[in-house]
Structure formats: structure tokens, C-alpha cells
Design a protein around this ligand. Structure first.
Ligand code: CDT
Length: 312
């Protein structure tokens, strides 16, 4: 057995007026709970340090940049890294990254048990739009504020397991998991902020959104025989409800822990990395069963094209 006790640290809303210090204090409280419950690794949500600011249309770049981190760790997050190191707990969390050469990414990092960053991922599937859209009931401006990630989908050896990261909308794309599955991933950590309603389809409410969230993560886990840890921010953030619904999914695609609230809440589960082996050696033994000679469209084409040549 290679058991890693994992804490999925769901967070309630971060309001626009909350300071980084207020938010990091809540994260540290979750980390202390995790330590008391024997966790080895704690995962926090996407854009954990701020409100989900892409819901707000901003034209002043200086204002936009107040939501970004220029270094990691930095003065605001150092106490979180220090507490994690004190407990000997590895952590993962998302934040808006402004690089020294002026690039902006929706980023997530992973540390080892000594608080050293061992993995970084920059969100590749950015949903939404890049200009104000008056047709939507609220905005989703990730394409305005972030560039698509430039690091690919990597997997790192950490705590005697193969670990990968992705972020929110990435969880809906099978390519995300398969890229990591082809590197033997055993644990996928992903944070998300999913609104409870669809800004373009008023009849799509939280039940259907939770269903799609679970469907995507369970499929990704099963089809790649990997643990998937989905960690939400939930509750009413700046007047906008989010679905919460954090889950821990086992390598057979079964949900073994699920959040009961939409606030700060820690899910804990002992995850045996060896549970990934059976699926990887049988039904999803990629080297025996995959047929990449028939998968050319997956990388050769972006949008769908019908056989009569129409681009959809
Ligand atoms: N943060 C993020 O990527 N949110 C998107 C909302 C898109 S609307 C379905 C998500 O995929 O949850």
C-alpha cells in the first residue's frame, strides 16, 4: 500500500473586500484541521487567494493586476507555506500569476512535505470570453485576463506517487486526463470555481451543474485509473452563487468523499496509490489497447468538421 491521506480543503466564498491575510488565515485553519486528522497532502481551490475576479469587467490594467501574485511564495502566502512545512503537509492551491516578463496565467502549484514547490501548472482550457458581453447575466472574462497556459500537462514524482494538476474547466476535457494518464498519473489535484447557474442558459441550475462536474471527474478518474481530487470554492461570492460539491474520486471512478456544505469544509480520505495499478494493467493498459493511429484528429484538428466539409 502507498497510502496518502488527502485533505480536499473546500473554501467558502472570498469576497471582493477580503484581504489576502483574511483568506490565508482561513486556509491555515483548514490546514490545522487537516494536520489534526492526519493528512499528508491538502488541496485548495482555483484562485484560492482572491474572489473569482473574472466575473468582473475591468478596463484598467492596474486594477486587474491587484488580483495577481508577482511571486510565490510572497509575503501574504509565506505563513501558509510555513504552517504546511511545520505540519510536514504538502499543499496545492491556485492563484493568478503575473510573471516577471509580464505574462498572466491562471496557475496552480504543488509542494512537497517540506514546503518546496515541485510542480506548477498554468490553466490551458480558459472558458468564457474576452470582451464585455451584455447578453450574459454575468461575465466570465478568463480569456480577457489570462493567456492559455504554456507548460502543458505535466506529472511529478512527489511522496512516492505520480501527481498532476489541472484547473476547473480542464476537468471537462478528456484530453486533460489522458495527457497525464499517458505519464502514469496516480493523483490529479484540481481546484474549481463553477457558478451555480449558466449565464447563457437560465434553465441550467445547480443540480445539472453538479451532475456535469461529477460526471467529468468520475470519467477522468476511471478512464485513466487515477485518483481525482476536485476542490471547489462555494457559496455566495460577491452576490454570485457557486456550486461547491468538492469530491474525492477513486481510480474506479467512484466518489468516496463529497462535501456536505458550500463553505470552508475539509474532506479527508486515505488514498492508496496502489489502487491505480489494477486498472492501469487491465482495461486501461494503454500500451496494449490504445490505437493512436486512429486518433489523428485529436491533435490535428481543433473544431468539429462534418464529413461533407462543414465546420461546426
Ligand atoms: N473557473 C472555471 O473554469 N469555470 C468554468 C465555468 C464555465 S461555465 C460551465 C467551469 O468549467 O466550471
Amino acid at each position: 500500500m502507498r497510502t496518502i491521506t488527502i485533505g480536499a480543503a473546500q473554501m467558502g466564498p472570498n469576497q471582493r473586500a477580503d484581504t489576502r491575510a483574511d483568506i490565508v488565515a482561513r486556509m491555515i485553519a483548514l490546514l490545522d484541521q487537516a494536520a489534526a486528522q492526519g493528512c499528508d497532502l491538502v488541496a485548495f481551490p482555483e484562485l484560492a487567494l482572491t474572489t473569482f475576479f473574472p466575473r468582473w469587467y475591468m478596463q484598467d490594467q492596474a486594477e486587474v493586476d491587484t488580483w495577481f501574485e508577482h511571486a510565490m511564495p510572497n509575503a501574504a502566502t509565506q505563513p501558509l507555506f510555513d504552517r504546511a512545512r511545520h505540519h510536514g503537509i504538502a499543499i496545492s492551491f491556485g492563484y493568478a500569476e503575473l510573471t516577471p516578463d509580464g505574462h498572466r496565467y491562471n496557475t496552480s502549484i504543488l509542494t512537497d512535505c517540506a514546503g518546496q514547490i515541485v510542480g506548477k501548472y498554468r490553466k490551458i482550457h480558459l472558458p468564457g470570453h474576452d470582451e464585455y458581453d451584455p447578453e450574459r447575466s454575468f461575465q466570465h472574462l478568463e480569456k480577457r485576463y489570462f493567456e492559455p497556459g504554456d507548460l502543458g500537462f505535466n506529472v511529478w514524482r512527489n511522496m512516492d506517487a505520480w501527481m498532476g494538476l489541472c484547473i476547473c474547466n480542464d476537468r471537462r476535457w478528456p484530453e486533460t486526463y489522458r495527457e497525464m494518464g499517458l505519464q502514469g498519473v496516480e493523483l490529479v489535484l484540481l481546484g474549481y470555481n463553477t457558478p451555480s447557474v449558466n449565464s447563457q442558459a437560465g434553465d441550467e441550475g445547480p443540480e445539472k451543474r453538479l451532475f456535469h462536474s461529477e460526471l467529468s471527474m468520475q470519467a477522468g478518474a476511471y478512464q485513466n485509473s487515477t485518483w481525482v481530487i476536485g476542490v471547489a470554492k462555494g457559496g455566495d461570492e460577491d452576490g454570485h452563487p457557486m456550486i461547491a460539491g468538492s469530491v474525492i474520486v477513486d481510480p474506479e471512478g467512484q466518489i468516496v468523499a463529497r462535501a456536505q456544505t458550500d463553505g470552508d469544509e475539509l474532506l479527508v480520505h486515505p488514498c492508496d496509490m496502489d489502487a491505480c495499478t489494477f486498472g492501469k494493467q487491465t482495461i486501461f493498459d494503454f500500451k496494449r489497447h490504445r490505437r493512436p493511429e486512429h486518433y489523428g484528429r485529436i491533435t490535428g484538428q481543433v473544431g468539429a468538421i462534418t464529413p461533407d466539409g462543414k465546420a461546426l
